[in-house]
Design a protein. Structure first.
Ligand code: NAD
Ligand code: UGA
Length: 486
């Protein structure tokens, strides 16, 4: 094989990263056959569904990209063995969650899926194969992958074609909700590795649509560590601004004015300065905890503690918002209906992993609240899994119209619309910044609610003037004015 020319790719893992990333590669490189494989048959079936609305993840623009490439040079299947065997390049794009037990539980990455992939590749690969770490991994994981692959190289029998491998790190920086845009116009593509041929083969793939000056080459360890560091820096900005939001609320300052004032300094910049209910998503928390674990492992406990505080402040922010709701509703939400607008961890995704909505909803359920949850993309089944609680009452049942029940058991239902959610509610909590929540008919909403009626806008997306004019009480994150009025 000409090492610099890739004809066939296999990507192990058809999740939020593997699915869209490979769709864009296939779309931009029609000469390369791309096979995305996964153990999860249901997920693969959904990727192959004729109805593009049923793709397993929701991302704006993804359906169009999949439609163009699927069946031509983009294939989703569970045929892991044959996909690896025919590939010149194998991307490992599997989940790397935080370990839940054993050494490093609650902090270290659980690498069992990555190791399983390395073993599958070592077994089924033929000829020379470039193995690309696409998953986010602890620094020096490539060493472990190499060890597994080298043992396969040594063990390959004479009858088999000689196996050989190169390992690269190529972390993914896409954000959910903007994945297609991020993949098509990335700020940078990072490739870490020592084998120059392999690095250039991967660079040539991205080079089909990414400008040469945006393709950065580093050593393996810098590449692995840069991914954890990028997420830690982004999350740190959110915790920083959320800490300032709390200070704004008690001093009469407005965090949006502070955001603008500090963001105008080109050294600080405007991005990732929006205060909210705390960061969610599958990666920020796990990657920071992993970074802290590595720092401790390498004898740097002060550095570990510094980063752990970013996560602690995030948890505090979520609990703080739940407490503010309870305090303002006369110290009790027991039996009260509360409308939760938004359950996804951010707008334009159906992903709820680590969503602030989960922590806030759980705290309110603990207080006995009856939650009517509305999200345009999240299914009731997902909410039920996240809250670890079955849907208690269904929309349209009497609970909507009746007086609050004097029960200490919290419950929830999935509302079909915003108006369904708010009917009979004492308060509305805006948790996800979906566009639908920016321009609401507050007069109509007020007429449907029990009085006094409250809005708790943790994203500051709704119009404060309209809300107050309609007669509702308002709390907005980081808004000193609304605190003073309360
Ligand atoms: P995901 O859970 O959505 O998908 C992972 C998929 O891998 C699952 O479908 C699972 O069934 C499959 N899988 C696991 N082991 C397998 C095996 N041995 N063979 C075949 N399939 C296997 O995860 P994700 O969100 O796509 O994240 C993947 C990696 O990318 C993680 O390391 C994550 O930190 C990183 N990352 C995620 C994002 C994001 O926005 N979600 C962005 C950048 C990086
Ligand atoms: C994040 C990073 O932005 C990606 O670069 C990275 O690839 C990805 O993690 C990953 O490794 O998984 P993602 O979590 O999808 O992407 O979404 P973000 O846009 O970063 O938002 C994360 C959380 O922070 C969301 O809950 C969002 O609402 C919140 N956020 C974001 C704020 O509260 N304020 C902001 O100003 C920005």
């Amino acid at each position: 094989m000409n090492k610099t020319s890739i004809k066939t790719i296999c990507c192990i893992g058809a999740g939020y990263v593997g699915g869209p990333t490979m769709a864009v590669i296939a779309d931009r490189c029609p000469g390369i056959q791309v096979h995305v494989v996964d153990l999860d048959e249901t997920r693969i079936q959904a990727w192959n569904d004729k109805d593009l609305r049923l793709l397993p993840i929701y991302e704006p623009g993804l359906d169009e990209v999949v439609e163009r490439a699927r069946g031509r040079n983009l294939h989703y299947s569970t045929e892991i063995e044959s996909a690896i065997a025919s590939a010149d390049m194998v991307f490992i794009s599997v989940n790397t969650p935080t370990k839940t037990k054993g050494i490093g539980a609650g902090k270290a990455s659980d690498l069992r899926w990555v190791e399983a992939c390395a073993r599958q590749v070592s077994k089924f690969a033929q000829g020379h194969t470039i193995v690309v770490e696409k998953s986010t991994l602890p620094v020096r994981t490539a060493q472990a992958i190499k060890s597994i692959l080298i043992s396969a190289q040594k063990g390959s029998s004479n009858k088999e074609r000689t196996k050989s491998f190169s390992v690269l790190s190529n972390p993914e920086f896409l954000a959910e909700g903007t994945a297609i845009r991020d993949l098509e116009c990335p700020d940078r593509v990072l490739i870490g590795g020592e084998d120059e041929d392999a690095v250039e083969a991967l660079a040539a793939i991205y080079g089909q649509w990414v400008a040469a000056n945006k393709i950065l080459r580093t050593n393996l360890w810098s590449s692995e560590l840069s991914k954890l560091t990028a997420n830690a820096f982004l999350a740190q900005r959110i915790s920083s601004i959320n800490s300032v939001a709390a200070l704004c609320e008690v001093t009469g300052a407005d965090v949006r004015e502070v955001e603008k004032a500090i963001g105008s300094d080109s050294r600080i910049g405007t991005k990732f300065l929006q205060s909210g209910p705390g960061f969610g998503g599958s990666c920020f928390k796990k990657d920071i905890l992993n970074l802290a674990y590595l720092c401790n492992h390498f004898g740097l406990p002060e550095v570990a503690e510094y980063w752990e505080n970013v996560v602690s402040l995030n948890v505090w922010q979520q609990k703080r918002i739940a407490n503010i709701v309870v305090q303002n509703l006369f110290g009790t939400v027991s039996g009260k209906r509360l409308a939760i607008l938004g359950f996804a961890f951010k707008a334009n995704t159906n992903d709820t992993r680590e969503s602030p909505a989960i922590c806030i909803a759980k705290s309110l359920l603990e207080e006995g609240a009856q939650l009517a949850i509305y999200d345009p993309k999240v299914e009731a089944k997902q909410i039920s899994n996240d809250l670890n609680l079955q849907e208690k009452f269904t929309q349209g049942s009497d609970v909507q119209k009746s007086e609050p029940a004097f029960t200490s058991d919290g419950g929830w239902c999935k509302a079909k619309s915003i108006f369904d959610a708010v009917t009979g509610a004492d308060a509305i909590l805006i948790i996800t910044e979906w566009d639908d929540f920016r321009h609401l008919n507050w007069h109509k909403i007020y007429s449907l609610m029990r009085k006094p009626a409250w809005v708790f806008d943790s994203r500051a997306v709704a119009d404060p003037k309209e809300i107050k004019l309609a007669g509702l009480n308002l709390w907005r994150v980081g808004d000193g004015a609304s605190y003073e009025e309360c």
